[in-house]
Structures are given as C-alpha cells and as structure tokens.
Design a protein around this ligand. Sequence first.
Ligand code: SF4
Ligand code: SF4
Length: 340
Amino acid sequence: MSETVAFSKHSVNVFFHILTQCNLKCCHCYINPDQHGNHSLSIETIRAWLKLFVNKTQNANLIFLGGEPTMHPDLDKGVKSAREMGYASITIDTNGYLFHDFLNKITPADIDFLSFSLDGASPETNDQIRGNGCYGQCVSGIQQAVARGFKTSLIYTVSNRNIHELSMMPALLSRLGVDRFFIQVIGIRGKSRGKTAASGEDNLQVDQRTWMTLIPSVADQAADLGITVTYPKVFLHDAEVFECAGQVAENYFIFPNGRVYQCPLCEDYPLHSFEIRDNLLIPREKINERDLFALTIPEGCVMNRLVQSGNISYRDDGSPDYKIACCLLKEEVAARKTAL
Ligand code: SF4
Ligand code: SF4
C-alpha cells in the first residue's frame, strides 16, 4: 500500500542548483539557460547561500543539483560545509559521471544519498533519451558508490518514450543494490516544452489510467525487493483535497543566477518568489508565482493547467474528469523486506 506524504510545515526542502553546466544533453532537460543563466557559483557564494536557508528550521533538507553538480570542483567542500551548518539531510543528484574524482573526496558519512538518474532499463532506451554511453556510465557510477558504502537512490523520469521499461527497473535496482527508487513524471518544461511546441503534439505525458495502474504496481514490485519507492501522485481521486505546496510548505528551488522559485512548474518564467542579491534573500514584487498559488480552478494545479495541460481530460459538460495534484505531492511505498 502506498501512503500520501503530506506537505510538512515543519521542514524546509532546499533544491540548490550550484551550476547549470552539464556534460549531457538529455532530451527532457528542464534547465533553461535563458531563464537560469550559465553560471557556476563560487564556493564562498555556495556557503553564503546555504546559510540563508539552514536557519529557517531545525529540519532543512538539502539537494545539490546542476547541471551536473559533480562538475563543480568544490562540491565536496560545499557538502562538508552544509553538514557543519546542520542540514538535516544532504542528497546529491548526479548523472553518474562523478567528475573530479568525487567519490574519493567525500565519505558515506558526509551525505545521506547519492541519487543517480537513469531513464531506461536498457542502454537502448536510456541512451536514446540521455545520450550514447550514459547507461554504462551511470551503472558503473552506482556500482562504485555502492561498493564504497554510499546509500544510493535512482530517479526514473517516466514519459511515453520509456514507460515500457519501467517494470524492468525493480529487478535491475535490486541487482545493483540501490536503496530508494524515485519515479518521476515528465514535466513539460525546458527542452520538453520546446519539443512539444515545435512538434505541435503533447505526447510525452502518460495518461491517467496508465499512471494510476502501472506506477503503483511497479512500486509494489520494488518494495517487495526491499526498495522504498516515491512517486508523484499526479491525479487526485474525487474525495481527495487539492493543496498547493506553494501555500502550505517551504520548498526553495535556487538557481545560480539568484532566482529562487517555490514551484518547479514556474521555472521557465521570470515568476520567482525571491531573488538572492548580495547574499540576501529578497522577496519579489508582484506579479510572481505566489499570485498564482492562491487561484482556485476545477482542474486543481493552476500551473499544470497553464504549462502542461496535456494530462487533463474533460467530460462533455466541460468539467474536468479529475483534478491534477500539486507536482510536489508524493506517494511513498515503504520497503517490505531487507534487500538481499
Ligand atoms: S544530466 Fe540532468 S542537467 Fe544534465 S542534461 Fe541531463 S537532465 Fe539536464
Ligand atoms: S505545482 Fe501547482 S500546486 Fe504545486 S506549487 Fe506549483 S502551482 Fe502550486
């Protein structure tokens, strides 16, 4: 059985893009240089910006992102500083290339999870999305990390390009010794938005019936193999109440040009709630994403309706068949036995 993970009012989640550069060119990359710049933050700035968020609560969770964060030569220093500052958990999202001999610069005690990204259970499917050779590199990175005692997780971004291999993932992850599985849904932003607009079709998003049947069954398979699974809820049942995380939770998506968003679906637009200037977090004047969070529409999430409405269907009377949940609302299926 899955459990909906309610938005926490007692924790802060900090998604920190320390640079936007990456060695890959994945088809669905959400990094948008027009909006997020082409910067790499200095270690001094990383430390100053980390301090802005750690003091907000006793329970601040930090995710280092890029681009590819291991391309930053001082990522290890940033990680150690974050630990000293008291971040409750530290995760690094990587494409698996692990630049700058990164695993030799940190220990398993320095971070909670090293999170890898694969978008196929086979090299054919993954590499078509992420680039030639990525599958082998990512699997090798996971093997090195597991061998050194790091806790690992894996993110699989589901779209109509790779959903046919999702059910092969639990067995693969079990063989590799991965601890957690994050099933993500494709977001129509960044490059996906450009492709959808150019082709005039919206065929990357998975339909409601497929999502609500396949994803829970794959999650169950993984849980039976000792892997805890998290996936976005996406579609709400009639009885379920819609909530916007922007109104009830604290999530900060920080970009190296100083933009700070509270909603990832807003990241293609200059709608950020805050700006970091001179190492200070400054709220922005209207109009910004916070003006959208309060709007109530029958379809649920306003930003989903505006930027990726291909996942909504309507009845003959014009009312939506279902509501779309906040993209930050997750279901979790706990591991049911110890991994072999
Ligand atoms: S690895 Fe991540 S940041 Fe790099 S191109 Fe792929 S999706 Fe974008
Ligand atoms: S995804 Fe939708 S519901 Fe969630 S924070 Fe953004 S606007 Fe609010």
